[in-house]
Design a protein around this ligand. Structure first.
Ligand code: BT5
Length: 256
């Protein structure tokens, strides 16, 4: 029988745990509008309509993984860096468990990979109803078995348990991840370059050939050469360097 999720003692008043939600991001947005504090967290054991970017879905089976959203006051931070901050928090939390931490990397802009397979995804959504607030949604495959992983994902998927060959305590992971997110939110406000450095140093994208598909055009090959000070990806074009945002491109990495 899988263990139940619970809020760590000190977090009782700023974390809600639900057995099932359509999407933690949807409830977190509502709570943000209701006026909860910065850093408030919504967790669900399963989601019936877990969301990815651009209308894609997030596979969210019950009893095995983590699905959470943090409400963030982003007045003092650069919008493009919030999702990257979430990816760094997940990466740091997973690296702590891993005998080969170098195998945990960030695939720009919002995926965390273990051994080049996707173990987590991050979805930052701004609120039209409340300027300067956003919800940062995070899904981590913790104890999924191979049969719990999504069918034909866009990128090969794994779980921490499959990668490490042992099951993990989801409550310990939840508490570490939430702590790390709150710490990094502070870093984002005071020294965001540190977060960018982490993203660059642990990038699964920089140095690779990527196929860039912009809506309704044939995908083109580019070399990813860096991430700029706003968190945007830099690609070497034939004549000049181009900058891409997560919203207007789809990056499909080649294996070269
Ligand atoms: C993401 O989107 O990777 C962001 C996922 C964010 C999920 C969290 S869960 C808590 C919070 N509440 C929500 O409703 N969402 C957030 P994207 O880059 O668009 O990737 C989505 C694609 O990843 C899908 O089209 C599938 O191919 C693949 N995928 C779906 N579920 C997956 C899973 N559990 N593990 C690995 N890949 C998955």
């Amino acid at each position: 029988m899988p263990s139940r999720l619970f809020a760590p003692g000190a977090d009782d008043h700023r974390m809600e745990i639900h057995e099932s939600l359509d999407s933690t991001n949807i409830l977190a947005k509502q709570r943000a509008i209701d006026g909860v504090e910065d850093g408030y967290v919504i967790v669900a054991d399963t989601q019936t309509n877990g969301r990815g970017r651009r209308g894609r879905s997030w596979h969210s089976p019950a009893g095995v993984n983590l699905y959470l959203s943090m409400v963030l006051d982003t007045k003092k931070v650069s919008a493009g860096l919030v999702s990257l901050m979430g990816a760094v928090a997940v990466m740091d939390t997973i690296k702590q468990l891993c005998p080969n931490p170098d195998l945990v990397q960030i695939k720009w802009p919002n995926d965390v990979l273990m051994g080049r397979k996707k173990v987590a995804g991050v979805l930052g959504e701004y609120l039209s109803e409340k300027q300067d607030w956003c919800v940062l949604g995070i899904g981590v495959n913790v104890n999924s078995k191979a049969e719990d992983l999504p069918d034909s994902p866009r990128w090969p998927a794994t779980s921490i348990a499959l990668f490490l060959g042992k099951q993990l305590n989801r409550n310990i992971l939840l508490s570490r991840l939430v702590c790390r997110l709150r710490d990094l939110k502070h870093t984002l406000e005071t020294d965001h370059e540190k977060i960018l450095e982490q993203v660059r140093q642990n990038s699964a994208t920089i140095g690779r050939t990527v196929l860039l598909s912009v809506q309704n055009t044939e995908p083109q090959k580019y070399k990813a050469i860096g991430i700029d000070e706003n968190g945007l990806l830099l690609l070497q074009g034939q004549e000049k360097i181009i900058t891409v945002t997560a919203g207007d491109v789809d990056i499909i990495q080649d294996n070269r």
